[in-house]
Structures are given as C-alpha cells and as structure tokens.
Design a protein. Structure first.
Length: 147
C-alpha cells in the first residue's frame, strides 16, 4: 500500500471515530445506583380513615449514574449519594401526603430528576398493608432516557 493510501486510511479512521464519539455510541455508561425497600411512614390513601393514620410505603429505586467517576476518585461528591437521596425521598413523601401512589411516584421522580440530575430512573412504590390478601400492591414508573 502506498504512503498516500495509508494517509487516506488514517483520515477515514479518524473521521469514523469522531462520528462514533459524537453519536454517543462510545463508552456510554449504563451504571445505576440502587435503593431497595426504603421504609417511609406517611399519610397516604384515598379513604377518609386513611387521612387519619400513617401507613408504611416501601420504595425501590434504580437511578442511572456514571459510576466510573466516583469509582476513579473514591469521592462521594462525585457519586449519587444514596443516603442523601433516601432522606429527600422520605421528606418528599411525608410532606406530600398523597392520596394515590401514582401521584407520589410522579412527585418523587420529578424531584430526583430536577434536584439530583438523575437522567433515568425506575421507581416502585409498595403499600404492603393495603390489600390484606396480597403480599404487596403498588405502582412502578420509569422516567427519562436510560442511555
Ligand atoms: N392504582 C391505585 N389504586 C388504589 C390506590 C392507589 O394509590 N393507586 N389506593 C387505594 C387506597 O388508598 C387503598 O390503598 C386503601 O387500601 C385503592 N386503590
């Protein structure tokens, strides 16, 4: 192969790798941070009696986060801090006192996206005592773009 052809090949390879990078196909993280079974006692429910008592909700969360950054720095400031998120989710549900789990899910999801910069999340809210013949009932939502 001539020197000219090799030079052309290099140019084509560089252009292709630039396109690959720009298109976001390169090294995209699909990492997540998890919270499972977070117990939150709050006023929740549609019936009159439910507005007079607190009931337990269990929260499961999976949130997209590029864990390579805190993985390299070992610094919690680079991580999605699951302790801070747990505290804020608890506060959000205790202030909201929603009737429906659907309303609670929307509020928590929007808060996580706006306050913590979470680009994608899957959130399940369980209300274990609501239907005595079921182990648990609840809702699951997915919001944002995963990758
Ligand atoms: N899809 C839903 N159905 C029901 C909800 C709810 O939040 N989402 N809530 C109730 C009552 O509050 C119930 O939990 C009382 O046991 C009924 N259905």
């Amino acid at each position: 192969m001539s020197g000219h052809s090799i030079a052309c090949l290099h140019i084509i390879q560089s252009a292709l790798s630039a396109i690959h990078w720009e298109s976001g196909l390169a090294e995209r993280s699909v990492d997540t941070v998890l919270i499972e079974g977070l117990a939150v006692d709050t006023v929740v429910g549609v019936y009159d009696w439910e507005r007079e008592v607190t009931q337990r909700l269990l929260v499961d969360l999976e949130m997209a986060w590029d864990n390579r950054v805190p993985g390299a720095s070992d610094n919690v400031a680079d991580a999605l801090d699951y302790a801070a998120v747990s505290e804020r989710v608890t506060q959000c549900l205790q202030v909201l006192q929603p009737q429906l789990l659907e309303r609670a899910a929307e509020e928590v999801a929007a808060m996580l996206q706006s306050e913590f910069g979470v680009r994608w999340l899957r959130l399940a809210l369980h209300k274990p005592g609501a239907v005595p013949s079921a182990r648990s009932v609840g809702v699951r939502v997915e919001r944002g773009v995963r990758a």
